[in-house]
Write a protein that binds this ligand. Structure first.
Ligand code: CA
Ligand code: CA
Ligand code: CA
Ligand code: CA
Length: 475
């Protein structure tokens, strides 16, 4: 289908906890730059050093600019492009954990990790800083999780052929468990055993095989090509039937807790064999699987589907490379849940973010520099989610209106298409300890993390836990 024209971004009359960027000149005020971050489509692409959509290049006198609460310079030797946050030292604010990885032909493992306080102080370092890279085109197997349930977080990672459990406070190695070769693509904690907490873990190769282990490192099961298809980037544990054990969305296939195949998601629109599951999210969990709703993107097969809990498509949209989906409420005037999904594999400056309702009706599109990294956060305190997009470091409402821009030092921006550039990540999680999710942005060179304190957002009930959460994923 032909996408409709992007929305015109409008200036929202919001009272935000932000400061207005000073007017650069009277001329700027008289002739404001276009508020929409969308370039004219017929123009030649911008030069590498200049980005028409870069807020710092075109400061608007009318869109609020959010100044950072903290800029945390990352350790230059151990930090990578992967960043998660969580409480490590018990002081009531989150720490940052950053990891780099060794990649050989799209097979990678975690090679170095650093934990830092928000004042930049290094809490600990682990691994070998002489190998590995800061870039990523996948998740990095490094998660913060209170695995043993003693109210102190561990940092758990997949090193080369070994799962390594670190004490969160000291970085000391607590345990090292062997892993199958190349089973280091990502790390997920799940409750397969039916105990009170998720203590089992899933590891996988890039696209073909998943293993499930108990906390003690005993193999529960392994599955190759679940349902006859490639694996998802991240297996998603979710209790589909409410029996206290997680099922695992392993790709197109949902696996039972014992690894047997429960169902394989179908499609009446596309040939699913052309791709794999990129993202799977719960939209609503109902008393019965038939009433539950989930959203899945089909990488390569260019499809987006709302599925019921039996894997049957309720509706599908095809023809675009949909990738990651946020589920939340972004529009007060549209009932149900809303889906925010990026369309990937587009040129820089032409990254669409679609907003859909639960029936698959497209509510609109936000054109971004690069849409891959987005998240929802209530920033205005009205109980609705706003949409954070890492590039161009901006916040939009569910109508596509630009609400705010997140300030970043020009020296930290760099060139997004430079060879050394990583993708700028936009993360959401409570960092300050007030139970309200904040916004974090990484720099393109993975040199720093900017934290923007959410001063107006409504505190969720229960309050948001510290950090970016367990089983963090970029998909
Ligand atoms: Ca802390
Ligand atoms: Ca613990
Ligand atoms: Ca279950
Ligand atoms: Ca809001």
């Amino acid at each position: 289908m032909k996408p409709p024209r992007p929305w015109r971004a409008e200036v929202a009359s919001l009272t935000l906890a932000v400061t207005l960027l000073p007017l650069a000149s009277a001329a700027l005020a008289a002739v404001p730059p276009p508020l929409t971050p969308t370039p004219a489509p017929s123009q030649t692409p911008p030069a590498l050093s200049s980005h028409p959509q870069d807020p710092s290049a075109h400061p608007s006198p009318t869109v609020p600019v959010v100044r950072p609460w903290r800029r945390v310079a990352l350790d230059p030797d151990y930090a990578g492009a992967w960043v998660v946050a969580g409480e490590l030292d018990g002081d009531g604010t989150a720490e940052l954990v950053s990891a780099r990885n060794v990649d050989r032909n799209d097979v990678h493992y975690t090679s170095a990790v650093v934990a830092q306080r928000l004042d930049g102080q290094v809490l600990w370092r682990w691994g070998d800083p002489k190998v590995g890279r800061k870039k990523l085109h996948h998740d990095v197997a490094c998660q913060i999780y209170d695995w043993d349930g003693d109210n102190q977080n561990e940092v758990v990672l997949c090193a080369e052929r070994a799962l390594v459990e670190l004490d969160g406070r000291s970085g000391r190695e607590r345990r090292r468990l062997p892993l199958p070769h190349d089973a280091t693509d990502c790390l997920v904690f799940a409750n397969l055993s039916g105990g009170p907490r998720a203590t089992d873990y899933l590891v996988k190769t890039r696209y073909t095989q998943i293993w499930a282990f108990t906390q003690a490192g005993d193999l529960l099961w392994t599955v190759t090509l679940p349902g006859g298809h490639r694996t998802a980037h991240q297996p998603v544990p979710i209790d589909l039937d409410g029996d206290g054990r997680d099922e695992v969305l392993a790709g197109y296939a949902a696996l039972n807790a014992d690894g047997s195949t429960r169902w394989v998601a179908g499609s009446t629109a596309v040939d699913v064999a052309r791709g794999h599951c990129d993202c799977f999210r719960a939209v609503r969990l109902a008393p019965t699987p038939a009433e539950s709703r989930f959203v899945m993107t089909y990488c390569g097969a260019n499809n987006l589907a709302l599925l019921d809990g039996l894997g049957r498509p309720v509706w599908e949209l095809s023809g675009h490379h949909f990738e990651s989906v946020d589920v939340g409420r972004v529009r007060a005037d549209v009932p149900g849940q809303h889906l925010v999904v990026d369309v990937d594999h587009r040129p820089w400056g032409q990254g669409p973010l679609w907003i859909l309702d639960e029936r698959g009706q497209r509510l609109g599109e936000i054109m971004t520099d690069y849409a891959r990294h987005h998240a929802l956060v209530d920033w205005t305190g009205d109980g609705l989610d706003e949409i954070l997009v890492a590039e161009p470091r901006a916040l939009y409402d569910g109508h596509g209106r630009l609400l705010a821009r997140f300030e970043m030092d020009a020296a930290d921006l760099g060139d997004p298409r430079a060879p050394e550039a990583a993708e700028m990540l936009g993360l959401v999680g409570d960092v300050t300890g007030d139970g309200v999710p904040d916004v974090l942005l990484t720099t393109r060179a993975s040199t720093a993390v900017y934290v923007y304190r959410n001063e107006r957002g409504r505190k969720p009930n229960p309050p948001a836990p510290l950090g970016t959460g367990v089983n963090f994923t970029l998909y």
